[in-house]
Design a protein. Sequence first.
Length: 236
Amino acid sequence: MWAVKGKLPRSLAELAWRELRNDILDGLLPPGTPLLLQEQARRLGMSVIPVREAIARLQMEGLVVQEPQKGAFVSHVSLEDMEDVYRVRIRLETMAVELAARHITDADYGELLDTLDKFRLAYARDDAREGREHHRTFHLALYRLARSRTLDRIIPPLVDLSERYRVLSIPARGGIDDRYREHRAILDAVMAREPERAALLLKEHLERTVFLVRQSWHRSAGGVPEGIGTAGGDPS
């Protein structure tokens, strides 16, 4: 039940990472929740060793914070953090799609279209967890076409760090068909060898997330908007 259909975790540590990550993104583990090793190991039905590895990985992604005498807990969210992360993402990811437009092949295009179809189908059947996996796979596979080892190393942690904010934008973003079209337009511009247009579409795509989350934040009068800290935080 923990893995995306057809993709089994390679280890117990990866399984624990997927489950804890999804619970954080779904709001089942809200910001500030302590992540006690024994408690999480019992909940997941495994020893503390893979859970410790999973928590360390989540710390590297920014979803978990470790403090002396306090241990590990789910990191907090803020507008300042979101704007900082997305400012960097826009710079790096627009560069990635510009470079990808030089290298994309028909086979690459077909594989990315297949991933987008899986993304749409998962959300259409209300499987937000699987939809998130395909969304992440699409973006990172597209950026890998830039053939930059530096971007491959820097971008994925930023994508993971911003996922809770992306989740908050979804209710105001329209249905899954609208979200599919946003991604398809970016991919088609890359395939058409139009780097400037691809970069502009991606910039608008990411900026839209920032705008929608900022709106939601202000409507909640400065508190954490609905969707973080409540179960089921990724409606489609």
